[in-house]
Design a protein around this ligand. Structure first.
Ligand SMILES: [Zn+2]
Length: 411
């Protein structure tokens, strides 16, 4: 593999720093090198420095001239629902007409409509649609995504979705971290407790024996899985060797954040309805919050999670797209940066740390990705702007110029 030399970036945003998630003022320290460059060998970053220094070591490396452009670590999207069939255009239309969630579900919409379509789809049909989704992520500068199952809700269909993720990992450049979310909703054909039994006794043992997931997640919310059911599922997952993430305090302050802390989950996600006590509990167990402003925006809500309170409390905040057909149909991390700055009052620098290095740590990969430092994977994107703050400032149109995964051009 030929070496690569990136030269003359107006800003090389390294996000270099301590080997742990960033908190407080550290979120604003981006380690920017003006007229920066880096040398890449065998898919890894070898040297990061000024363009003059890189040119001295470049030899016969292929040159990427990043003049007038910003180079930054590939985004790490720590919360997506990448694999599903169809879309939810009907729900979208109904929401625009003012229908409530209940009315939409009654009319045959909601999560159940995606479950039915996903069950009916073959593995190759799901793969073909998911490949399109993967392409969207890459074109927006994202090089790693966490991806949840959860639109199958039977053993067979959950395995089918996780198999599609395994194939995406092999067949596309995007790095995919699989999460088992069998407890996404209670399927219509069984009672909640019967379904929890199925998840605990059949699904989790099979998912782990086939090594199909690294994490287990639960939708802990009124009308989905209560605290006791969630605790049972997550404890079983932990005993089987999976790490934990929790959909928590999205629609109500249900105590799910406290459950995440009790079980030492890696992340608690959503948190639109968390209170100060919940924030303190997350801090006591070092749980990382993953905030999903795209779903607040797309549902037409204004209840954004209290990012400033979390940063003030010293939490290692991450932001993610929550890409899914119902509540957050976007694969664009730049759009999420914009929402984080305009609605959650994060600075551009904080949002950038929260979309690169912090989510990398939340996925157990902080030593491999999330910043541009020697020894890490050469996952980076080149953006067609002069200053990194332009990523959040201009919104709603593509700015990525090119994207590289392990030193290979992916877009
Ligand atoms: Zn989600």
């Amino acid at each position: 593999m030929k070496s690569l030399a990136v030269l003359h970036a107006s800003q090389l945003v390294t996000v270099a720093g301590p080997r742990r998630p960033r908190v407080g003022p550290e979120l604003s320290e981006l380690g920017i090198i003006c007229d920066g460059g880096m040398l890449i060998r065998n898919g890894k970053i070898e040297i990061v420095g000024s363009s003059a220094e890189i040119e001295n070591h470049a030899g016969d490396a292929e040159i990427i001239d990043a003049r007038g452009k910003v180079v930054l670590p590939g985004f790490v999207d720590a919360h997506t629902h990448l694999v599903f069939a169809g879309n939810r255009l009907d729900d979208f239309e109904r929401r625009a007409r003012g229908d409530s969630y209940e009315e939409i579900a009654k009319a045959g919409g909601g999560i159940w409509s995606t479950v039915e379509k996903t069950r009916a789809a073959s593995e190759s049909e799901l793969l073909a649609q998911a490949q399109k989704h993967v392409d969207w992520f890459l074109r927006c500068g994202t090089t790693t995504v966490e991806s949840k199952s959860g639109y199958g809700l039977t053993l067979e269909d959950e395995l089918k979705i996780l198999q599609v993720m395994r194939r995406l990992k092999q067949e596309t450049p995007l790095e995919i971290v699989p999460t088992f979310l069998g407890a996404h909703a209670v399927p219509r054909e069984v009672r909640a407790d019967e379904y929890v039994d199925l998840v605990v006794n059949e699904m989790l043992p099979r998912v782990t024996s086939d090594s199909l997931a690294e994490f287990c997640d639960v939708f802990c919310e009124r009308g989905y899985f209560d605290i006791e059911q969630s605790r049972r599922i997550l404890n079983r997952a932990k005993n089987l060797g999976l790490k934990l993430r929790v959909h928590a305090d999205q629609l109500s302050n249900s105590g799910a954040a406290k459950l995440a802390a009790e079980l030492k989950a890696g992340t608690a996600d959503h948190l639109e309805k968390i209170d100060s006590q919940g924030i303190a509990t997350l801090k006591s167990a070092n749980v990382q919050p993953v905030l999903l402003p795209g779903s607040v925006y797309a549902l037409g809500s204004t209840c954004y999670p209290p990012a400033r309170d979390m940063i003030a409390a010293g939490l290692a905040v991450a932001i993610a797209t929550d890409f899914n057909p119902g509540s957050s149909p976007t694969a664009s991390m730049p759009m999420v940066l914009s929402l984080a700055c305009t609605h959650m009052k994060m600075s551009s620098a904080e949002a950038l740390s929260a979309s690169t290095i912090n989510p990398a740590y939340s996925l157990g990969r902080g030593d491999q990705i999330g910043s541009l430092e020697p020894g890490k994977a050469a996952n980076f994107s080149v953006f067609d702007c002069y200053d990194y703050r332009e990523l959040a400032y201009w919104f709603g149109f593509p700015q990525a110029h090119s994207v590289y995964v392990k030193g290979k051009k992916a877009y």
